[in-house]
Ligand binder design. Structure first.
Ligand code: FMN
Length: 421
């Protein structure tokens, strides 16, 4: 049997007992490799969390989310065996053993930040969310890499890191704030920290194709079926995929129908073929044909450059959700009806990069893309970003040195508190 808290699944079969408080009290003796938990202690802890959450004046739904969040945090960070879950309306009643709960994510009527390698990292995802993106895709991460990683709670920065084992190389960084809207693009992954998993079936780069990934999958419908059904069977969060158009509309529709049958929650359709270049116009009409053929939500992608384009794509394609990549990269406030001047957006991005101690290479890459779109890297700002070697340099350049210092002072204090220094 599997219990579930906040999208995380863990085995409770060895701890189940008869599920009634009082009848399973106390640590039970160890038995042949089995672990037994102290049910009373777990129950009391849950009760306490519930009462604390109740006192915060939240709506019932929010309360429930918050409860799961705290329970999840305690379980994952401290290994506290929260093996039981009291049902919402039956606070403090005998422990209920809930069946595995699949998380649901709504994919209709959403403004979506597309996956972008090197760009779709934590600061940029939070930036997009701040301006109105409902769902943010992380950059694609290859399953082999994730499999070599371990999950670490980073108390100093206040985030969760997926780090290559035996190194300090952060492959993926996330925080609680984005957990309910983050769609991680990966081929296989754990589901503790994200709201959904997406499979990249559109990347036309030689690196992807030669590794049998990205657009290479488009010609292998049986493999697509296997991957998606396996993920669906094993994950307790929604699974989606992102495809490109095939050579004929008929083939695209056939593939999309096959994908729908796997039970995925939504499919992203980038309105270009594999051979198309980014400058070729996205074919919204062909996306419309896919939308017509499916019942699951289709997320239309391609050529949204200003806020009004979201509505244009909706009108032409019939898709209620729309995904944007370059339009957001150039100015993340594309998600907001009024928009925000790029100078303000860049500064906000710099602050978020400082706050989340973002990798300098990726910070520079993203800033340079923003600069190049509006001016040139040959002008003073572009040259200075190119020359920057650290976040401190970037902070100075954008007049954020005080912010940089204050964040670093706070971190220093946390390190002292943890007696790490
Ligand atoms: C910098 C950059 C990185 C990208 N990385 C990914 C990726 O990791 N996974 C993916 O499926 N598509 C990736 N794409 C493609 C976009 O998600 C999107 O499908 C494409 O750019 C079309 O959308 P647009 O016309 O709004 O730019 C990337 C695009 C850009 C510009």
């Amino acid at each position: 049997m599997h219990g579930n808290a906040a999208g995380m699944s863990y085995d409770v079969s060895e701890t189940r007992g008869n599920g009634k408080r009082g009848e399973t009290s106390g640590e039970r003796p160890q038995e042949k490799g089995k672990r037994f938990y102290n049910y009373d202690a777990a129950f009391d802890l849950e009760k306490e969390i519930r009462m604390q959450v109740r006192g915060r004046g939240m709506e019932i739904e929010e309360e429930e989310d918050e409860y799961f969040r705290v329970a999840h945090y305690l379980h994952t960070s401290r290994g506290i065996p929260l093996t039981s879950v009291c049902q919402k309306s039956k606070l403090c009643q005998p422990i209920q053993w809930l069946p595995q709960k699949k998380k649901i994510m709504e994919y209709r009527n959403k403004l979506v930040l597309a996956p972008m390698v090197r760009v779709g990292t934590l600061p940029f995802r939070l930036l997009a969310a701040q301006y109105g993106s409902d769902i943010t895709y992380g950059e694609e991460i290859i399953d082999h890499k994730l499999l070599k990683c371990e999950r670490r709670i980073n108390d100093v920065i206040g985030c969760t890191d997926i780090v290559e084992k035996g190194t300090e190389n952060v492959v993926f960084r996330t925080c609680d704030e984005e957990r309910n809207r983050l769609n991680l693009q990966a081929y296989i992954a754990g589901c503790k920290d994200v709201a959904a998993i997406d499979v990249n079936m559109g990347c036309p780069k030689a690196f992807s194709i030669s590794g049998g990934m990205g657009a290479a999958l488009l010609t292998k419908p049986d493999l697509i079926h296997d991957i998606l059904t396996t993920l669906k069977r094993n994950l307790c969060i929604p699974v989606t995929c992102k495809i490109r158009l095939l050579n004929s509309t008929h083939d695209t529709v056939e593939l999309a129908r096959r994908i729908e049958k796997t039970g995925v929650s939504a499919v992203g359709v980038h309105g270009r073929r594999v051979a198309d270049r980014p400058r070729d116009p996205a074919n919204w009409t062909e996306i419309a044909t896919v939308v017509d053929a499916l019942s699951i939500p289709v997320i239309a992608n391609g050529d949204v450059f200003q806020h009004d384009d979201f509505q244009r794509v909706r009108t032409v394609t019939g898709a209620s959700s729309v995904m944007v990549a370059r339009g957001a990269l150039w100015n993340a406030s594309v998600f907001h009806p009024q928009g925000t001047p790029i100078e303000v957006v860049k500064r906000e991005y710099v602050r978020k990069s400082i706050l989340w101690d973002h990798d300098i290479k990726s910070t520079k890459y993203t800033l340079k893309e923003m600069i190049m779109h509006y001016t040139s890297l040959e002008l003073p700002e572009g040259k200075a970003v190119t020359k920057s070697e650290s976040l401190a340099d970037i902070a100075r350049l954008y007049g954020e040195e005080k912010y940089y210092e204050s964040i670093n002072t706070k971190r220093h204090r946390v390190l002292l508190d943890h007696s790490i220094l």
